[in-house]
Design a protein around this ligand. Structure first.
Ligand code: SF4
Length: 709
């Protein structure tokens, strides 16, 4: 009998009237899905995946499906605010007043304490045109060298590792490699929750053609459940495993000697180093049986094309940069760079983490130029019409070093743009104290209040995704168009307009002549990138819309490049990649008697970073409303903790309460908690820094667990 006949009410999907669909690109993760915003009466009321888009082929994940709701949240910031005095409440202000106060305070601080006493901390969320504009203002106008973005919290190790191995940032592979590889090995990457549409691409590829999938992760993630082989590695020992895989490949003659000899340097030193990392030695450190290491090395080494992907499990470590270099080593000795199905592909985090790497000038100058290179300084000085001696000769502090510099009294003012360090930085209580030391804090964001915005002296309301036009670059170097679909709320302005307006308020309007628009910034990007690895000179907005994005390098007359280094020419001066000998460094906080559990953190599918967007969307927040901690069932039984009981997690930095989920997803002695909640993971985390990338080791710290009653 049909349910309907029994009198039940079938679910009815309400039909939405739409005036028009506007093509754009998703504003959450770096997968870069094509998405269309449904607009009715000037309001975003729906979205749908773009059916023929080369990335997502019509699919969207949970976050993408609800993205229009982020625009319509009731606490969108619609007007500037100013705090009178140090402790007065924030009150509504005009743009003129807010910009004049910001410009005045920036000038006062820089004149009194020096240019570098002002720090600028940006994001991976705004458009590439906006990043370029901000970089031009900071490097060419404000002149502070303490300028960075929150990408140091997620992608800095990938950038650093790529630069060390290949001579430049830039992921060499692409999503098409899923369809062509003969072996996929994923390190610390839970695609299923963090990049769901890439997981769909992988599943689709596997349905068409089986190939081995190996997942290296301390936790039994959803991706690990799909794997043919899961290696539950001891956290922090990736370099040892990677060296051992290389050891077996070289010992058994599975390397691509011709490729390594022609296109790399350092082979002998590298081979000598990995010869010490036998599978038996690695077993003692990684916890992975020697036989399994040999088995995986043979699968990877014998594959005609093998693909390695990774995410935060590698990057967020005290040796994240080494982990990336070790993955690149493996790819280089087997010739798996620049060929279909053979790549070393870092899966990026935020929607435009790539755009900031390319053109924000945060760690250098636009177009992957370096401050340390006199020719690069000179090129950009000419292009921008500034004196080249104005540029510093080396990069200043990374985001994770800027905060301790505030603590030491070296930095007095900070401009925070589209990021929320009060939740995203390790050791939240310390971050709160640090921000409290600033003489002047300006926060520019799309919602108010937020954890960081609530501490600001000036708050500048920004337009968000789909309320302005520009571009994002995704993981596979695909530049995607993000079109304006609706107007921003109240008096909120695009970040690009705010940067240009602040420049004028500071007397730096010469950097942005006439009416400064996204198109003008994009034209400068096309010009400044001509001939560089990240060449945009052949890209136009019209082509981006027509093709669903274009992968750089895209010189004039081309339609993009799917893979870097297909010609075997790398970006080091001699054209060769570097094989880098790497030692194991064991320098993280380890469990002890007082703090016996190792805490790992990560993302859940419903939430995005610090929940500034997803925490406001009922259909996402209701599925993941509270902080939870996964704990092995045997540990829970030993401590007398029941399923769903609230427990206290305590580290040397702070404590947090969470609902306990006893499970076999984590091994004995380990616990896992999502990082999204302001009252959660980063109250506990230590965040020791990688020496190359300055990225924090969010995923490794020691805690104890106590019952709350
Ligand atoms: Fe957006 Fe990423 Fe989901 Fe695609 S996978 S819809 S880009 S959040």
């Amino acid at each position: 009998m049909l349910l309907r006949e029994k009198g039940s009410k079938p679910i009815a999907i309400p039909r939405k009237e739409i005036d028009r669909w506007i093509y754009t690109t998703c504003g959450y993760c770096s997968t870069g899905c094509g998405i269309e915003v449904g607009v009715k009466d000037g309001r975003a009321v729906s979205v749908r995946g773009t059916a023929d888009h080369p990335v997502n082929r019509g699919k969207l994940c949970l976050k993408g499906i609800h993205e229009f709701e982020a625009i319509n949240a009731p606490d969108r910031a619609g007007h500037p605010m100013i705090r009178d005095g140090a402790d007065g409440p924030l009150r509504r202000a005009s743009w003129d007043e807010a910009l004049a106060r910001t410009a005045g305070e920036f000038k006062r601080i820089q004149e009194r304490y020096g240019r570098d006493a002002l720090a600028v901390v940006s994001t991976g969320q705004i458009y590439t045109e906006e990043f370029y504009t901000l970089g031009k203002l900071v490097r060419g106008g404000l002149g502070t060298n303490n300028y960075d973005g929150n990408t140091t919290l997620c992608m800095a190790s990938a950038v650093s590792g790529y630069k060390r191995s290949f001579g430049s940032d830039g992921p060499p592979g692409c999503y098409d490699d899923f369809d062509r590889t003969e072996c996929l090995i994923a390190f610390g990457s839970n695609l299923s929750e963090c990049h769901p549409v890439l997981y769909y691409r992988l599943k689709t590829a596997l349905e068409r053609r089986r190939f081995p999938v190996i997942v290296v992760d301390p936790r039994v993630t959803m991706l690990a459940q799909l794997a043919d082989i899961h290696l539950p590695i001891r956290p922090g020992t990736d370099v040892v495993l990677l060296n051992a895989l290389a050891n077996v490949i070289l010992a058994e003659g599975m390397e691509d000697q011709a490729f390594a000899l022609a296109h790399t340097t350092g082979f002998e030193d590298f081979a000598r180093t990995v010869s010490r990392f036998t599978p038996e030695y690695a077993e003692g450190i990684t916890g992975i049986p020697a036989g399994r290491i040999r088995e995986v090395a043979r699968i990877y080494g014998r594959a005609g094309a093998a693909m390695a992907i990774w995410t935060m499990g590698i990057n967020q470590s005290t040796h994240g940069s080494d982990g990336v270099a070790a993955i690149n080593n493996l790819a280089l000795i087997t010739g798996n760079v620049g060929k279909p199905g053979g790549s070393s592909l870092s899966i990026t985090g935020q929607c435009n983490a790539m755009g900031t790497r390319e053109f924000s000038s945060a760690s250098g100058l636009p177009g992957y130029r370096q401050l340390e290179n006199p020719a690069h300084r000179s090129e950009i000085a000419r292009f921008w019409g500034v004196d080249e001696t104005f540029f510093p000769e080396k990069r200043g502090l990374a985001m994770t070093d800027i905060f301790p510099a505030v603590e030491r009294g070296e930095i007095k003012g900070m401009w925070v743009i589209a990021t929320n360090p009060m939740t995203s930085m390790p050791d939240t209580d310390r971050v709160r104290e640090i921000l409290g030391k600033l003489e002047f804090l300006v926060v520019q964001d799309v919602y108010f209040p937020g954890e960081t915005a609530a501490l600001a002296h000036v708050f500048l309301p920004a337009a968000m995704w789909a309320e302005k036009t520009g571009t994002f670059t995704n993981t596979e170097r695909r530049v995607g168009l993000v079109r304006k679909a609706v107007e921003p709320p109240g008096e909120a302005k695009s970040d690009l307009d705010i940067f240009a307006a602040l420049a004028r308020a500071m007397g730096l309007g010469r950097l942005f002549p006439g009416e400064w628009t996204a198109e003008k910034a994009f034209d400068e990007i096309r010009e400044v990138s001509r001939g560089r690895l990240c060449d945009y000179s052949g890209i136009t907005y019209e082509e981006l819309a027509a093709r669903g994005g274009i992968q750089w390098p895209s010189p004039s007359g081309s339609h993009g490049t799917p893979r870097l280094y297909a010609d075997g020419l790398f970006q080091h001066a001699d054209g060769k990649a570097r094989l880098i000998p790497l030692e194991f460094v064991d320098d993280n906080e380890r469990p002890d008697e007082s703090y016996p559990f190792l805490l790992n953190t990560g993302r859940v599918i419903e939430h995005w970073h610090t929940r500034t967007k997803t925490g406001r969307i009922g259909n996402l927040d209701k599925f993941s409303p509270v902080l939870y901690v996964e704990m092995n069932g045997r540990d829970a039984a030993r401590l007398g903790i029941e399923a769903m009981e609230t427990v206290r997690l305590i580290s040397r930095r702070g404590e947090a309460e969470a609902v306990c989920l006893p499970t076999e997803r984590v091994g004995p002695g380990s616990v896992f908690t999502p990082f999204h909640f302001a009252w959660g993971a980063n109250k506990l985390s230590l965040g020791l820094l990688d020496p190359h990338s300055r990225q924090p080791a969010f995923k490794q710290c020691a805690v104890r667990i106590e019952k709350t009653r």
